[in-house]
Design a protein around this ligand. Structure first.
Ligand code: GDP
Ligand code: MG
Length: 478
């Protein structure tokens, strides 16, 4: 195939960057329904994601009809601050096809920007830099929602000079992080050089450019990856209690299609659970929400990738965030699906039961396949999902002074986790610590830790977590 007759799915995009760079504002701006008030393709806020149909993007960017776009839309994953890790590295294989790294033009690269860049480098995810807050340049004349080149032409020489200078600065900083980058409209090597798009999430300059780049550049560089296939690839993001539907799972459907009634295998702490999709749900688009007498969610017979979907079914109570949802279509072998789920689960279990592992060869093999390698001496790490856990452990490894990890678990910190962490008290006292990233610690675990002398560090950003642990180590060494 030459690529022209392929059916492509919507690229999945996440937004990363330093706190206050404008991630939330940019997402809001992208979500805003079209300014012209037309009817074309209303944006739907999906589960944990926002779907922008391509007609909407065409209208917002005044794209000429003859310009072809190969993807049906764009799925933007919501990354509320601390969740950027989980969204990036769910299931080890990255959930996102592409990332937007938001940089405040008045501040340049900051700590979390560099963290995001490291993560992207590690996971081989391509990205665009949104050089945000251009409207904050002194003397900037607002041109609401204008393409950036047009907006720049409208600025005084001073503003243009200031802009140039700041772009150069950021390009230099990116180079120091190992990336060649250029303003996208001056970029001659779009396959190698990172695109920079100046934006304002407040007045909308450069937003059409960013959207167009996402739907045009992304399919150009990853046509294989975006090719729609019927094999379902679906990741569990979150388990929720819903007052109407009971326990539901929020998922991102990366490829393939889900149908109401489909038999699915879900990974739970107790093992694979085979069940059937009772309801396939997405939230109503804003406009439709006003219709009286209907629930919050829209029911579907079928949902096709890429989309965010809420699934209602029996037996989802113990589903694990970050694991794959496996679909058993007619003619598929249920045993094989369950075996795949067992494999997915044992990947996690084998990490958790570090001690037993030595006695079981199968588990060693699974351990070898996993990205998480634990040591006999190290801290205990706890996170809300496997993907987050993997991302954190990888990050700890890349620090100038690496922090070794001896054990880990997913979900809230319980007494058993503290008990496991106490094993370091004898081996290497400073590692008798639990780094709890974005998870709760149950009171009994706190009590036990205080009694036993295990330190618990809690934070919802990785650098805060590392900082407080490093401070602790430094104090011990003084
Ligand atoms: P986040 O922490 O990256 O999600 O940042 P937010 O989206 O919460 O933005 C942080 C602050 O910067 C808020 O007060 C925003 O209103 C403001 N902000 C974000 N983007 C822009 C922008 O393009 N221009 C201006 N002037 N302010 C912005
Ligand atoms: Mg935010």
């Amino acid at each position: 195939s030459n690529g022209t007759d392929r059916e492509l799915r919507a690229p999945i995009c996440c937004i990363l960057g330093h706190v206050d760079a404008g991630k939330t504002k940019l997402l809001d701006c992208i979500r805003r329904s079209n300014v012209l008030g037309g009817e074309a393709g209303g944006i739907t806020q999906q589960i944990g994601a926002t779907y922008l149909p391509v007609e909407n993007i065409r209208e917002r960017t005044s794209l000429k009809a003859e310009v072809a776009i190969k993807v049906p839309g764009l799925l933007v994953i919501d990354t509320p601050g601390h969740q950027s890790f989980s969204n990036m590295r769910l299931r080890g294989s990255s959930l996102s096809d592409v990332a937007v790294v938001v940089v405040d033009i008045t501040r340049g690269l900051e700590r979390q920007t560099i963290e995001s860049l490291e993560l992207l480098k590690h996971s081989n995810v391509r990205f665009i830099v949104a050089l945000n807050k251009v409207d904050r340049l002194y003397g900037w004349k607002t041109c609401p929602n204008a393409p950036i080149v047009k907006a720049l032409k409208n600025q005084s020489d001073d503003v243009q000079r200031d802009f140039r200078w700041r772009v150069t600065e950021v390009v230099t900083q990116l180079m120091e992080s190992g990336f060649n980058a250029a303003l996208y409209y001056e970029n001659k090597k779009i396959k190698q050089v990172v695109n920079i798009v100046p934006t304002s999430a407040v007045s909308g300059e450069g937003i059409p450019d960013l959207l167009l780049l996402l739907v045009r550049w992304v399919p150009e560089i990853m046509v294989e990856r975006l090719t729609y296939v019927s094999t379902v690839e679906c990741t569990v993001l979150e388990v929720n209690e819903d007052k109407d539907f009971g326990t539901t799972i929020d998922t991102v459907l990366i490829n393939g299609a889900l149908q109401k009634g489909d038999q699915i295998v879900v990974c739970t702490k107790q093992g694979p659970v085979t069940t059937n999709i009772r309801y396939l749900l997405t939230p109503y688009p804003m406009k439709e929400l006003k219709v009286k007498g209907q629930g919050v969610y829209k029911h579907h017979e079928e949902v096709k990738a890429a989309q965010g979907v809420k699934i209602s079914a029996r037996g989802l109570q113990h589903a694990m965030a970050g694991t794959a949802l496996i679909v058993v279509k007619a003619g598929d072998d249920l045993e094989r699906a369950e075996a795949a789920a067992v494999h997915e689960i044992s990947k996690i279990i084998s990490l958790i039961n570090d001690d037993e592992r030595d006695e079981n060869e199968d588990e060693i093999a699974i351990h070898e396949n996993s990205r998480i390698k634990t040591c006999s001496e190290g801290v205990y790490v706890q996170a809300p999902s496997l993907g987050t856990l993997e991302a954190i452990i990888e990050y700890l490894k890349t620090l100038p002074v690496a922090i070794p990890v001896s054990g880990c678990n997913i979900g809230p910190v319980h007494k058993l986790d503290v008990i496991k962490a106490t094993s370091m008290l004898k081996r290497k006292r400073e590692y008798a610590a639990i780094l709890a990233f974005d998870v709760k610690v149950i009171p009994e675990a706190f009590e036990l830790a205080a009694e036993a002398g295990v330190k618990i560090f809690m934070a919802d950003t990785i650098y805060k977590l590392v900082d407080s642990f490093t401070d602790h180590i430094n104090k011990l060494n003084e």
